[in-house]
Design a protein around this ligand. Structure first.
Ligand SMILES: [Cu+2]
Length: 452
C-alpha cells in the first residue's frame, strides 16, 4: 500500500503533467475532441431512445384518437411480429380536383395527396414502396428523425427505386408530431405531380380527456393546369389550382365540430413555390406544433387568426369550438382563392365598354366584355367554358354565390353534431344576419346616403 504522502506526490505529478499537456495547442485540441466525441456518444439519437423503449404497436382509440382527413384517407396497415406494415404505390392516376376538372397525374395509392400514414410514437414500421411510375423515385419521411439510410434521398442515402421495383423502408417513429412524405428524386416534378402525403404520429395518451376532440389533417398543394388541359405543368412557376387535400372549393369537405370541442387542424405544405397564410374566421387559435416538435408551454403562445404554413413545413393549430356558425378558412393570398385564373390580361375594372360591346356585337353576336366589375361577373357570365376546366371562383351559399374558390374550406360548428357528417348550412339566429339598412335605421344614426 502507498502512504498518503506517496498518493499526494503521484496526484500532484499527474496534475502537473495534465496542465503541461493541455498547454500544448495540438494536444489541447486532441483532448477537447475526445471530450466532445464522448459527450456526443453519450446522447442517444431519438430513434435509439425509441428502440430502447421497445413499445408494442399502439392501438387505435386505446392509445390515441385517429384524426380525420377531409376528402382523403388513412393508409391501411397490418401488424406482423409487432411491426406495422404499410404499402405505398407511386403510380399514374386520374384525379378529380372538383366537378368539371379531372387531371392525369401521379399519386400514391390512387390519390392526391396519398393516404395519411397514422401511427403513434414508438411504433415500428415497415413501409414497402412500389414504383409504378415511368421514372425512378424514392420516399423521404419529412421531419421524422430516423436512421440516415432510411432518409430516402436518391444518390445520397440510397439508390433510386427503378420503375417496376419495390423498396423497403424500415424504421421506428420516435416522436409524436405532424410530418409529411414525398419523393426525393426529381422532387420538382414528382411533388408537383402530387406525390405527397401527411404523416401523423400521435402521442400515446391513455386519458381521452387529454387528447383533442377533433383532429384534422390538410395538405396544401399548388398546380399549374392550363384551361382545357389535363396534365399539370410542373415547369411553370405560377399556379392556377390551389388545393386542400387535392380539392378546390367547392369540392373541399367541410370540417365539423361541436361546441366545447378542442380542435386541432394540422396543415402541411408541399407546394412548389408558395407559403400559404391560412386564415380562420370566428376564432383565434394557438400554433402549438410544427414538423419540428411541440410548444412546451401553450400559455405563452400568442393568439393568432392566421397561420403561415411555409413550403416544406407543417403547423398545428388548436382552438376550442365556442362560436357556432359556418366559418370560412382560406389562404389569405387572394389569388390562391381563385380557380384557373389567367394572369395575362389588362385590368378592365371600371372601364366603360358599352360602345365597344355594341360594335363588337355587330361582328360577333353575343359578345360581352368581362372584368369591368371585377371577377364576379366572370363566374356568372353564363358563357360556356372549355371542357375540363372549372369556373374561376365560388360556390352557392345559402345567401347567393360566394366569390371564393381554390384553397378554401368551411368549419361548421354546431351545438350538437352527428359526428363528422356535414350538417348543412348554418341556421342563423333571427336578427343576427347583416342585411339592408332600413330608412329608420339610417335616420336613427344620422347616416346620409347620396344614391343617384
Ligand atoms: Cu396560398
Amino acid at each position: 500500500m502507498r502512504s498518503i504522502h506517496e498518493e499526494d506526490l503521484i496526484n500532484s505529478y499527474f496534475q502537473s503533467l495534465t496542465k503541461f499537456l493541455l498547454n500544448q495547442p495540438l494536444l489541447k485540441y486532441f483532448a477537447f475532441s475526445l471530450f466532445a466525441v464522448r459527450l456526443i456518444a453519450s446522447v442517444p439519437t431519438p430513434w435509439e431512445k425509441a428502440e430502447s423503449e421497445n413499445l408494442p404497436p399502439a392501438i387505435v382509440f386505446k392509445d390515441y384518437t385517429p384524426a380525420v382527413v377531409p376528402n382523403g384517407s388513412t393508409a391501411k396497415y397490418k401488424i406482423v411480429d409487432g411491426v406495422k406494415v404499410f404499402h405505398l404505390i407511386a403510380e399514374p392516376i386520374e384525379w378529380e380536383v372538383a366537378e368539371g376538372l379531372k387531371i392525369k397525374t401521379w399519386g400514391f395509392n390512387g390519390s392526391v395527396p396519398g393516404p395519411m400514414i397514422e401511427v403513434a410514437e414508438g411504433d415500428k414500421v415497415r413501409i414497402y414502396v412500389t414504383n409504378k411510375l415511368p421514372a425512378p423515385t424514392t420516399v423521404h419521411w419529412h421531419g421524422v428523425l430516423i436512421v440516415c439510410g432510411m432518409d430516402g434521398v436518391a444518390g445520397l442515402t440510397q439508390p433510386a427505386i427503378p420503375p417496376g421495383e419495390t423498396f423497403l423502408y424500415e424504421f421506428i417513429f420516435p416522436d409524436a408530431g405532424t410530418f409529411m412524405y414525398h419523393p426525393h428524386f426529381d422532387t420538382m416534378t414528382q411533388e408537383g405531380m402530387g406525390l405527397t402525403g401527411m404523416i401523423l404520429v400521435h402521442k400515446r395518451e391513455p386519458e381521452r380527456s387529454k387528447r383533442p376532440d377533433r383532429d384534422f389533417a390538410i395538405m396544401l398543394s399548388e398546380w399549374n393546369i392550363d384551361v382545357g388541359t389535363s396534365r399539370p405543368n410542373t415547369l411553370k412557376k405560377d399556379f392556377n389550382i390551389l388545393t386542400m387535400n387535392g380539392k378546390v372549393m367547392p369540392a373541399t369537405e367541410p370540417l365539423v365540430a361541436e361546441i366545447g370541442d378542442t380542435v386541432w387542424v394540422r396543415y402541411g405544405n408541399l407546394s412548389a413555390m408558395d407559403h400559404h397564410p391560412i386564415h380562420l374566421h370566428g376564432y383565434s387559435f394557438k400554433i402549438i406544433g410544427s414538423d419540428g416538435g411541440w410548444a412546451e408551454d401553450k400559455s405563452i403562445l400568442l393568439p393568432e387568426t392566421t397561420v403561415l404554413v411555409p413550403v416544406g413545413s407543417a403547423k398545428v393549430i388548436e382552438f376550442v369550438a365556442n362560436n357556432p356558425g359556418d366559418w370560412i378558412f382560406h389562404c389569405h393570398m387572394t389569388h390562391h382563392t381563385m380557380n384557373q385564373m389567367g394572369h395575362n390580361f389588362p385590368n378592365m375594372v371600371g372601364m366603360d365598354v358599352c360602345d365597344f360591346n355594341e360594335k363588337m356585337n355587330k361582328l360577333i353576336p353575343g359578345y360581352k366584355t368581362l372584368g369591368t366589375k371585377g371577377m364576379h361577373d366572370m363566374t356568372k357570365s353564363g358563357l360556356p367554358i372549355p371542357p375540363n376546366s372549372i369556373p374561376m371562383l365560388g360556390f352557392a351559399g345559402q345567401f347567393g354565390h360566394t366569390t371564393l374558390g381554390g384553397m378554401a374550406n368551411v368549419l361548421r360548428v354546431r351545438e350538437k353534431t352527428d359526428h363528422y357528417k356535414d350538417p348543412g348550412p348554418y341556421a342563423f339566429p333571427k336578427g343576427t344576419i347583416a342585411g339592408p339598412a332600413t330608412k329608420a335605421e339610417l335616420m336613427r344614426d344620422n347616416i346620409e346616403v347620396d344614391c343617384k
